[in-house]
Design a protein around this ligand. Sequence first.
Ligand SMILES: C[S@@+](CC[C@H](N)C(=O)[O-])C[C@H]1O[C@@H](n2cnc3c(N)ncnc32)[C@H](O)[C@@H]1O
Length: 426
Amino acid sequence: MSGGAAAAPPPVPRGTRVEVVAERVAHGGHVVARHEGRVVFVRHALPGETVEVEITGEGKGGRLLRGDAVRVLDASPDRVEPACPHAHPGGCGGCDWQHASLPAQRRLKAEVLREQLSRLGGLDEIDGVPLRDAVDVVAVPGDRDGLAWRTRVRYAVDADGAAGFHRHRSGQVEPVDRCPLVTDELDSIGVTRTGWRGADAVTTVASSGGDRAVVVEPASLGSSLPRDVAVPGLRGRGWVRERAGGRDWRVAADGFWQVHPGAADALVDAVREALDPQPGEHLLDLYAGVGLFAGCLAPALGEDGRVDAVESSARACADARRNLHDLPGVRIHERSVDSWLRWTELDSVDLVVLDPPRSGAGAEVLDHVLDLAPRAIAYVACDPAALGRDLGLVRRAGWRVAAVRGLDLFPMTQHVEAVALVLPPH
Ligand SMILES: C[S@@+](CC[C@H](N)C(=O)[O-])C[C@H]1O[C@@H](n2cnc3c(N)ncnc32)[C@H](O)[C@@H]1O
């Protein structure tokens, strides 16, 4: 055999314990460390800490290890006691940063966001300001110490019928009696104190409009749900009322709506500020859901303004039609964004909101959007990696990233939302 390919490193059995220094945060809710020349992605550690890591798996042909910090030998000043007894190695996989103070969590998320923008987007400054000073992650109004913010939860169910959350990178369920991230209203439904034998998952919602609903997969009533809790298809309505941007919204009980009670308003404010919509302008709301951005921005466009909202879910479009029926300038298109853009007869628009799912908008959608020559694009992203990749694409086409704002819509978890403003070439 001729040389060239590096020999595979010797396997490191699961359960092996090694001492490492945690270096820097990485996308995915872990910290990078090194062990005998290999990268180790360590959960439950913080940058700068010396920790004993239990190896939990290997990746990339053994060149990468995964592990949990099971003992902290030298703690970071950012370390705090987790609020939840299930937030520990081998426990609930729902949270990633309960062991970090909230300011530290936001610093870590900002670092991840900047790293993805730089590495995947080729950005090192925004409007002449170094990325370090231009991008941060802030709490949304109404956040209560990062706890009691989940108004929607999809619980997994274990073999005994107990509701809980998946362990990290596992199909196993950690039964959880009281998740400190859920709101009191959602907890009061009592899903975690009810048996769910025969169910695969139970989605619960406690909406800002005061509705409570449970969607069981496969459909069932459960045993002891309070009588006012709707169980779509079996009891009560299939939708809940939400309130945001000064309007009322109707959303399917298991449809898409932002989870943090402060999120919808914070996103609308960020998008409105970025786009500064003017009377008579034409806005595209792509991946429109039940019409949040279309409905909140349309009034600023006035009687001569127009909005085309594109959304592929039939259910979300039906709700959007109800939600926006008082706004004659808004048209809702039940279609995939890719296909709508390919076939639209429009040759220009003024403003675009892009709020794609985690996978991002991608090259084809972005090409079409740039061809429409909007004066500004607001890109709302829930995955910094997809955002970085997509901002790289628009930059290579000569467009400018004029602002990126990080919002902590998912405290205690690794997730972060960002709103980017993209402007045409000078
Ligand atoms: C992140 S949500 C945003 C919804 C809405 N903008 C909001 O803020 O409530 C993404 C939405 O995109 C829709 N979607 C996913 N893929 C799509 C596609 N290819 N074309 C159109 N809509 C899509 C989903 O149904 C979902 O409603």
